[in-house]
Unconditional design. Structure first.
Length: 130
C-alpha cells in the first residue's frame, strides 16, 4: 500500500459502534469516513471511493443489502470490497451477504482487533488479486 493510508468507510446506524470502530481503525493506521444509513453509504462511496466498506446490514433509509447491490451495480464502486457487519447470526446470512456482493462477513459484536485483522486480510487479498 503506497501513498496515503487506506480509507475505510464505516456504515452503522449506531453512533457508538461507528465511533468505536473508527477510533480503533485510526489507531491502527487507517483513514476513516462514516455513514449512518445505506443511502449515505452509497453517496459517500461514490464521492470518496474508499479502499473498503464495513457495511452494517440492518440500516434505516436503505438497508445494507440494497446499498451493497447498488454499489456492486455501479462501475465507479463495483471494485470496492464490502465487508458485511451484522448482528444476524442465523444460518444462511453469510451466503445472502455474498450473493448481495459482500466480500466477507463479520458477526457483531466483534472485537475491534478482529475487525482490523479482517480489514487487513481483505485489502491484502484484493491487492493480490488485482
Amino acid at each position: 500500500m503506497s501513498g496515503a493510508a487506506p480509507l475505510v468507510l464505516i456504515v452503522d446506524d449506531y453512533q457508538d459502534a461507528r465511533e468505536m470502530y473508527a477510533e480503533y481503525l485510526q489507531f491502527s493506521g487507517f483513514r476513516v469516513a462514516e455513514a449512518r444509513n445505506g443511502q449515505e453509504a452509497v453517496d459517500k462511496a461514490m464521492e470518496l471511493r474508499p479502499s473498503i466498506i464495513l457495511m452494517d446490514l440492518s440500516l434505516p433509509v436503505m438497508d445494507g443489502w440494497e446499498a451493497t447491490r447498488v454499489l456492486k451495480g455501479d462501475d465507479r464502486t463495483r471494485s470496492i470490497p464490502v465487508v458485511a457487519l451484522t448482528g444476524h447470526t442465523m444460518s444462511g446470512h453469510s451466503h445472502e451477504a455474498q450473493d448481495a456482493g459482500c466480500y466477507s462477513y463479520v458477526t457483531k459484536p466483534c472485537l475491534p482487533d478482529a475487525l482490523v485483522e479482517e480489514v487487513k486480510r481483505v485489502l491484502k487479498a484484493v491487492a493480490a488479486a488485482a
